[in-house]
Design a protein around this ligand. Structure first.
Ligand SMILES: Nc1ncnc2c1ncn2[C@@H]1O[C@H](COP(=O)(O)OP(=O)(O)O)[C@@H](O)[C@H]1O
Ligand SMILES: [Mg+2]
Length: 245
């Protein structure tokens, strides 16, 4: 009831209907493999995908949305998007403090399938959950949301399928990106632009663009403010390239 009132008060119904491009889920990685059990485990209702950074939670959620999700889909990266930003993109200027209620109403009324990426806590997520529908949440920790299905995402096992798929992405890389891909893979953990620039012997700004492109192509993961990390299997693929080219 209070949701409906909030809707009337703030004019959610008049807001734009379609999901603004910025808040549509991006495509899953082209080289996505496996995760059959996890994909099958996601059902209508709320599902929390939890696991270590870089393990493949977002990729899994995006794959499910692309192949099994239905209707209009809304993607909110809680680490990067501000709720009022999301609402403004729908043409909704909301008084401070009302954002969660209006957001909830928006998602419920438009029946969006929702992906809340990078959630920190149950307290952050609970006020955003619509009364019904399908919501995927990714988080580094178990959230213990009531009535949510929790799926632990473990590191991918290498069953030999990923290499050929990564090869396809790799051969299409421009040389600068391919070189960075090979060189940065020798970093065992997360690294920033200055480290990548030093490794490549290039200017920070050039390297930054190339790293962004690698992220765009799902070969590299951004793990914070200009920190990057390879998925373990992708890193192994990139390291092996050093000896082949
Ligand atoms: N199932 C998968 N198949 C192939 N590559 C994957 C898969 N899951 C993740 N990756 C790779 O690992 C990277 C990190 O995955 P991501 O979903 O961003 O991790 P998380 O969201 O857990 O931090 C992706 O960019 C992608 O290259
Ligand atoms: Mg993620």
């Amino acid at each position: 009831m209070s949701d409906v009132l909030a809707v009337r008060a703030t004019g959610v119904i008049r807001g734009r209907n379609d999901v603004p491009p910025r808040f549509r889920p991006p495509a899953p990685p082209r080289h996505f493999v496996g995760r059959d059990a996890e994909l099958a485990g996601i059902r209508p209702g709320v599902t929390v995908l939890h696991g270590a950074s870089g393990v493949g939670k977002t990729a899994l959620a995006l794959k499910w949305l692309r192949e099994r999700g239905s209707g209009d889909q809304l993607y909110v990266d809680l680490a990067a998007h501000d709720l009022s930003q999301v609402l403004r993109a729908f043409g909704l200027d909301v008084e401070s403090g009302d954002e969660p209620a209006v957001f909830r109403s928006l998602v419920t009324l438009r029946q969006f399938t929702l992906l809340l990426d990078n959630a920190d806590s149950a307290e952050q997520v609970t006020p955003l959950l619509p009364a019904s529908g399908t919501v995927l949440v990714t988080s580094r920790s178990k959230l213990d949301l009531p009535q949510a299905r929790e799926i632990g995402v473990e590191p991918l096992a290498d069953d030999g399928r990923l290499g050929p798929l990564l090869d396809r992405s790799y051969v299409e890389l421009p040389e600068r990106q391919a070189r960075l891909y090979r060189l940065c893979a020798w970093e065992p953990d997360a690294f920033g632009v200055p480290v990548a620039a030093a490794i490549a012997g290039e200017a920070d700004c050039d390297v930054e663009d190339a790293l962004d492109d690698l992220v765009e192509k799902s070969l590299l993961t951004e793990v914070g403010d200009y920190a990057f990390r390879f998925h373990d299997l992708v890193r192994a693929h990139a390291r092996a390239k050093r000896y082949q080219s």
